[in-house]
Design a binder for this molecule. Structure first.
Ligand code: CP
Ligand code: NVA
Length: 309
C-alpha cells in the first residue's frame, strides 16, 4: 500500500514511535555537517518531492526542501497559484499527473477533503502539510522536542491552551498514539472537534477538555499554545476577547511543573496567545521545535518512501 502521512490517528503507535526514533537518529547524524551538506547516508538519492502550498508557510515549506536536499533528493515548490488546479483542474487529475513525475506529494490546503482526495488518486505518498483539520508533521517535531528535554512522553502531562482547531486535533491524536495525559483549556465556541475528542476517549486516551486554564496546566511538563487567528480563520481584535484568559503568561507557567516547556508551533502573535516574557524566557523551546521540523520531516519522508537510513 502507498504510505500516506495524512493524520496521526491513521497510523499505529509502533509506526509513529519508529518515525520519532528515526528523527532522533537523523538529528544525531548531522553532527559536524554544514547545513547545505548531504547527510552521511543520503537515502533519498534521486527522489523528487512535489510540494503544493495553498497557504503561506515558512517552517513546513523550507524544512521539507532542506530535508530533501540533505537526504540526497530534491524538492520542487509548485506554486499553487500557477497550477491548473487554480483554474479548476480537479484534484484527482492533478494527483494522477503528479504521480508520474515525482516520488511524493506535500500538500497544505484549506479543506481537509482536498487532502484525502489527493491521497485517493495519487499512486505516490501524500503528506499533510496542514489543513483546516490537522497538522500531523508539526506534532512529530513536538514529540521530538519534548522527549529531548523531558524524556519519554508516555504517561506525562501536557496542557493545550487556546484555540482547539487544527494543531489541537493533531495534539489529541498524538496523546492517543504516544500515550500521554492531555488537558485542553479552550474558550467555548473554540473547543476541539467533538468527533476527534470522542474517538480519542473511546480508545481510552487520557484527554480532557476544560475551560479553566489553571486547572489544565497543573503539573504539566509542557504548555502548548497556537495563534488565536489561524490562516483562513482570521479574527478581528474584538473577536479575541473570549481567548484572553488563555494567554500563556509567566503567572500561568508558574502553575505547571517547574521544568515545564513552553511550546508553540509558530508563527506567534506575540502579546496575544503568549507574552514576550514566556516566548523569550528560559522555559521556551520554540526555536528547538522549529529546528526539529527538519529532522522530523526527514523521518516522515524516510517512512513514506520506505527507505531505511
Ligand atoms: N508551524 C508551521 O507549520 O509553520 P509554517 O506555517 O511557517 O509552515
Ligand atoms: N493554527 C495555525 C497553525 C499554523 C502553523 C493555522 O492554521 O494558521
Amino acid at each position: 500500500a502507498v504510505r500516506h502521512f495524512l493524520d496521526l490517528d491513521l497510523l499505529d503507535a509502533t509506526t509513529l514511535r519508529g518515525i520519532l526514533e528515526d528523527a532522533k537518529a537523523m538529528k544525531a547524524g548531522r553532527t559536524g555537517l554544514a547545513k547545505g551538506a548531504a547527510d552521511r547516508k543520503a537515502p533519498l538519492n534521486g527522489d523528487l518531492l512535489l510540494m503544493i502550498f495553498q497557504k503561506s508557510s515558512t517552517r513546513t515549506r523550507i524544512s521539507f526542501e532542506v530535508a530533501m536536499r540533505q537526504l540526497g533528493g530534491a524538492a520542487s515548490d509548485l506554486d499553487g497559484s500557477r497550477l491548473q488546479l487554480g483554474r479548476g483542474e480537479s484534484i484527482a487529475d492533478t494527483a494522477r499527473v503528479l504521480s508520474a513525475y515525482g516520488d511524493a506529494i506535500v500538500l497544505r490546503t484549506d479543506h481537509h477533503n482536498n487532502l484525502t482526495e489527493m491521497a485517493r488518486y495519487a499512486s505516490i505518498p501524500v503528506i499533510n502539510a496542514l489543513t483546516d483539520h490537522s497538522h500531523p508533521c508539526q506534532l512529530m517535531a513536538d514529540m521530538l522536542t519534548f522527549e529531548e528535554a523531558n524524556g519519554p512522553i508516555k504517561g506525562q502531562s501536557v496542557a493545550w491552551l487556546g484555540d482547539g482547531n487544527n494543531v489541537a486535533t493533531s495534539m489529541i491524536h498524538a496523546a492517543m498514539r504516544f500515550d500521554f495525559r492531555l488537558r485542553l483549556a479552550c474558550p467555548s465556541g473554540h473547543l476541539p472537534d467533538a468527533d476527534v475528542l470522542a474517538a480519542a476517549q473511546a480508545e481510552g486516551a487520557d484527554v480532557v477538555v476544560t475551560d479553566d486554564p489553571v486547572e489544565a496546566v497543573k503539573g504539566a511538563r509542557a504548555i502548548y499554545t497556537d495563534t488565536w487567528s489561524s490562516m483562513g480563520q482570521e479574527r478581528a481584535p474584538s473577536e479575541l476577547a473570549p481567548f484572553e484568559p488563555y494567554r500563556v503568561t509567566t503567572d500561568l507557567m508558574a502553575h505547571a511543573a517547574p521544568d515545564a516547556l513552553f511550546l508553540h508551533c509558530l508563527p506567534a502573535h506575540r502579546g496575544e496567545e503568549v507574552t514576550d516574557a514566556v516566548m523569550d524566557g528560559p522555559q521556551s523551546a520554540v526555536w528547538e521545535q522549529a529546528e526539529n521540523r527538519l529532522h522530523a520531516q526527514k523521518a516522515i519522508l524516510n517512512w513514506c518512501l520506505n527507505r531505511s537510513c
